[in-house]
Design a protein around this ligand. Structure first.
Ligand code: AMP
Ligand code: MG
Length: 332
């Protein structure tokens, strides 16, 4: 299959393909999503196949407004209304109870809840509005690889496996949305993102919990995707928490280093990726850096700067820890 790239004036072609049950990747402010009509079970199953994603890992349902979401949920509780008013459209995914049979099992993974997101990207808003139906939106990468932050990343992973990609340039944030479960009594953040637990708790006027473990009672994962290895380049990744440690590493061409420009300028490394000037830029560039080194077949180790400060540092460290399988420079 030929994977077509659509620019902003070719949205109607993308809509036609989605209507026919084809897969089309779409831009958001976080990462590129892999779209398929959420009501079309066969199309949704093809998303799992294209990504190589385990089928018990449910998908996010992407809507163009809260009214579209209302068609599928049992109700919109007050907590959801508060968060929608403050953060939608934006990088926040909310989990709500769904009407029985409203969405295919392939979307929900057989759960009685579903995850809903309303992204900011204007092209994607228009695409879903024209379709007048939600699309599923897992990240448009091969499962376990870093999420795609450009149309080129999507093309690299899924060329020949999907019908098209709507290209709206690099994504702004570069890390996936915050996910909050509102189907339980006390809201729980299942995945950290740019919107922090503090912001959520302030908007709600109540405490929110952070999902620390990955499993619920009886071993059923709360956010099932969390049990899988993620974002992992082929070579091992190590987190460097203390910038002074960058001076102790022995560098050669087989060692990749991703750090801020002020760190890189002080070290002798020759195979580097500049993460930018600050933590926000580093978050924006992290997945691109992991992909950059993954393209180099002779690379043996990848060292990536860790961050403890900044609103997005929890999300950044969450993704980096998964890529590094928990390995830090100091305890490698
Ligand atoms: P991705 O689609 O790759 O951005 O990942 C979406 C994340 O949302 C995965 O970790 C899913 O397991 C999780 N997710 C989707 N739907 C639900 C749900 N109903 N309950 C809990 N987690 C969910
Ligand atoms: Mg993903």
């Amino acid at each position: 299959m030929e994977t077509k790239i659509f620019s902003k004036d070719q949205l109607d072609d993308a809509v036609k393909l989605l209507k026919r049950g084809e897969l089309v990747a779409f831009p958001t402010e976080t990462v590129y999503g892999l779209g398929a009509l959420a009501t079309d079970e066969v199309a949704v199953k093809n998303v799992y196949a294209a990504k190589g994603r385990p089928s018990d890992n449910p998908l996010i349902v992407t809507v163009s407004n809260p009214e579209m979401m209302a068609r599928y949920v049992t109700q919109i509780p007050e907590v959801a209304e508060k968060l929608i008013n403050q953060f939608w459209p934006g990088p926040l995914t909310i989990i709500l109870k769904v009407k029985e049979g409203a969405l295919p099992n392939a979307v929900t993974g057989g759960l009685t809840t579903a995850a809903f997101r309303n992204p900011q990207d204007k092209l994607t808003q228009e695409l879903i509005s024209k379709l007048d139906a939600p699309i599923v939106g897992p990240s448009a990468n091969t499962s376990t690889k870093p999420s795609p932050t450009t149309a080129e990343h999507v093309f690299h992973d899924l060329n020949g496996k999907i019908a098209g990609i709507v290209d709206n340039g690099p994504t702004e944030i570069g890390l996936e949305s915050t996910i909050i479960d509102l189907s339980v009594e006390t809201p729980v953040v299942l995945r950290p993102g740019e919107i922090t637990p503090e912001q959520l708790s302030e908007a709600l006027g109540q405490a929110v919990l952070m999902n620390k473990g990955t499993t619920q009672t009886k071993g059923v994962p709360k956010a099932p995707g969390m049990k899988y290895r993620h974002y992992a380049p082929s070579a091992p990744v190590y987190i460097v928490d203390d910038v002074k440690d960058f001076e102790k590493i022995v560098y050669n061409n087989q060692v990749g280093v991703a750090a801020l420009s002020n760190v890189l300028k002080n070290i002798e490394a020759n195979n580097t990726f500049n993460l930018g000037e600050n933590i926000d830029e580093a978050a924006h560039n992290l997945f691109g850096a992991l992909r950059y080194f993954d393209e180099q077949k002779n690379i043996k180790k990848i060292y990536v700067q860790g961050f403890q400060q900044g609103d997005i540092s929890a999300a950044y460290m969450n993704r980096l820890t998964k890529a590094a399988a928990g390995h830090h420079y100091f305890n490698k």
